[in-house]
Ligand binder design. Structure first.
Ligand SMILES: C[S@@+](CC[C@H](N)C(=O)[O-])C[C@H]1O[C@@H](n2cnc3c(N)ncnc32)[C@H](O)[C@@H]1O
Length: 279
């Protein structure tokens, strides 16, 4: 008896691969043009499960103008969401030793605005939230401190909002923080409500306009721009700059560099600043 659904798909044709990856690059900035094996293998079972008999049909359906849901499912499968707590420790040192003391002295608003752009499963935003809690613990400080954390992957955001992680994931955090900022149940550690309420997770595509209500004192965009081409990065940096308060900072991944002509001033490796405007 022949099954209704095929067990196997013919390899993806170059033209279908090109149609799909061009659209993804245009809409999301992701440069997958030389990653045919990865794209094919990450989508193979999904395409079969969805009942398609060829990549060509699947790609045509996905690219139909009103098929946002299918594109979101593809993005969930094609983004690389690798992340962990305390990743690139140097930034957390800078944050507590330079950024926060400086902010205390120079920011006269009663709030700190921070954006983790490309936050993946939330480890990055929660690590910065832990640092802030520790820093302000013994201070009589009434600042409203919020972290906006955004990504295009709905799957990653789901985990991030839950804030629940396996025990091994917490090994890179200071031991005291496990007790202080997490609650354990059946070997799963969940970020405390107080900390979670300081982080707002939202779906946002970095290719789109930045139209958040407020500007940011710190934008953290680490290990995201490596997937974009130079022109896309140049454009994004310009938009980040406009969305940064004077004197505010940008953290990028240590494996990344800003394109020539970037308006930020380099303070140290992977740390950039929008200089204070002198009147
Ligand atoms: C490798 S993770 C980096 C996570 C975290 N920043 C870190 O350094 O550990 C890259 C993240 O960027 C997100 N991303 C890629 N393209 C994006 C876009 N156009 N808009 C928003 N997020 C994007 C991916 O979904 C993924 O979660």
């Amino acid at each position: 008896m022949t099954s209704f659904f095929p067990q196997r798909l013919e390899p993806m044709k170059d033209e279908d691969f090109f149609r799909l990856t061009s659209c993804i690059k245009q809409r999301y900035g992701l440069n997958l043009g030389d990653k045919k094996t990865l794209v094919e293998s990450r989508l193979y079972n999904y395409v079969l499960d969805r009942g398609f008999t060829s990549f060509a049909d699947f790609v045509s359906t996905a690219l139909a103008a009103d098929n946002e849901l299918e594109m979101a499912n593809i993005i969930n499968r094609l983004t690389t969401n690798y992340t962990y707590f305390m990743r690139e420790q140097e930034h957390f040192d800078h944050f507590t030793k330079v950024f926060l003391p400086n902010a205390e002295q120079t920011i006269d608003r009663n709030e700190l605005c921070i954006w983790s752009a490309g936050c993946s499963f939330g480890h990055e935003a929660y690590t910065f939230a832990c640092c802030m809690e520790d820093y302000f613990e013994d201070k009589n400080n009434s600042w409203d401190r919020r972290i906006l954390a955004t990504d295009i992957s709905h799957n990653a955001l789901l985990t991030a909002k839950q804030g629940s992680y396996g025990a091994a994931t917490l090994d890179s955090l200071p031991r005291a923080w496990k007790k202080k900022y997490f609650t354990e149940k059946n070997g799963i550690y969940t970020v405390n409500e107080r900390l979670r309420s300081q982080v707002l997770f939202k779906c946002h595509n970095l290719m789109e306009n930045i139209s958040f209500k407020k500007k940011f004192d710190l934008i953290i965009c680490r290990n995201v721009m490596i997937y974009f081409d130079r022109e896309t990065v140049r454009d994004l940096i310009r938009r980040f700059y406009d969305a940064t308060n004077d004197g505010g900072y940008l953290y990028i991944g240590h494996a990344e560099t800003l394109p020539e002509g970037s308006p930020y001033v380099r303070e140290r490796a992977a740390v950039y600043r929008k200089m204070l405007r002198r009147e």
